[in-house]
Design a protein around this ligand. Structure first.
Ligand SMILES: [Zn+2]
Length: 325
């Protein structure tokens, strides 16, 4: 059976998978993204070459990339990546098509993740859904009328507070600054700086700046009020953002991925309460709130899936072997 390679380039790691036509992972490689001091586009390119050479074989029909940032899909070019500025302007499609003589597909990593969930994940039977990745930042992808929505879908940069916190994108008050791993840390640190009482003060030898989202989660489970409030506030902001999306896209579901979904029970009720208040009832009643099943492999599996879809080799949504493209 034919297979495809999917690569997810994130700010921390490059994750690559070799995937069969039915979505099984045949091989998996992960390397740190060379973005630390001295990082450059050439270093990232070389790391990708090395990974690809290690997993490519003669049954591979193409390579898909999911990259954190704004992508020109047609040219396969990275226009702007706030978290990996080294790859701004990287002509991914040209570079790897030439090197491997295989078709290359490039999209935003949350878009490929959303496609992965549509292809073989929790979104198989859902035609309109948004996927939110709650990691260090907040990524977004949209499946609209059964296809990846052809747009940047920068849901994390929807402005939610007009005079809010400064965001990595240069704007103020973006959803990502209120609902992400980084936001959880910021909220904890700023409350502690103002003298809030919390179990968190006893952690990290009193150094607030070492606080992690995991620690806030742990103390929340132990009953710490500040930590619980932080997750509730995260849920409220997410709910506001989702309410906006429901009114615009008439979604059937919202799928959550990313490390923060470990804290699901601490924020999800507030998400639901808030989006019901903030969107048209006729649009929001019956909407499903789901957890990703592909998790950390979603971006890379989906990237491979897009290659298979375009070539007509992937299984269709109903599980038949008919080409779906
Ligand atoms: Zn922003």
């Amino acid at each position: 059976m034919k297979s495809a390679i999917g690569i997810d380039i994130g700010g921390t790691n490059i994750k690559a998978v070799l995937v069969s036509g039915s979505g099984d992972i045949l091989k998996r490689v992960m390397e740190p993204t060379p973005t630390e001091r001295g990082g450059s586009q050439e270093k990232i390119r070389n790391a990708l070459m090395k990974i690809l050479r290690a997993i490519v074989n003669d049954r591979v029909i193409g390579i898909g990339f999911g990259i954190a940032g704004v992508i020109d899909r047609e040219k396969g070019l990275v226009l702007e990546s706030p978290n990996i500025p080294e790859i701004n302007g990287f002509r991914v499609k040209d570079t790897f098509e030439k090197e491997f003589s295989l078709p290359v597909v490039v999209d935003n990593d949350a878009n490929t993740y959303a496609y992965g969930e549509k292809w073989i994940g929790v979104g198989k039977d859902i035609d309109n859904f948004a996927l939110l990745t709650l990691g260090t930042g907040l990524g977004g992808g949209i499946i609209y009328k059964g296809e990846v929505f052809d747009g940047p879908a920068e849901i994390g940069h929807m402005v939610i507070e007009p005079r809010g916190r400064v965001c990595t994108c240069g704007s103020y008050g973006c959803l990502e600054s209120y609902a992400s791993g980084r936001a959880v840390m910021d909220m904890a640190i700023s409350a502690l700086e103002k003298g809030a009482k919390s179990m968190l003060t006893e952690c990290c030898d009193g150094n607030f700046y070492k606080i992690t989202p995991e620690l806030v989660y742990k103390t929340a489970l132990e009953g710490d009020n500040l930590s619980r409030d932080i997750f509730r506030e995260t849920g409220q902001y997410l709910g506001i953002g989702i309410g906006n999306l429901i009114n615009i896209f008439n979604l059937d579901a919202v799928v959550f991925g990313g490390g923060l979904i470990g804290a699901w029970d601490l924020f999800i009720e507030d998400v639901k309460k808030e989006f019901l208040k903030r969107s048209f009832k006729s649009l929001s009643s019956g909407i499903k709130i789901l957890k990703s099943v592909l998790k950390e492999d979603g971006g890379s599996i989906g990237a491979a899936g897009l290659v298979l879809k375009i070539s007509g080799q992937g299984l269709s949504d109903k599980g038949s072997s008919q080409p779906s493209a």
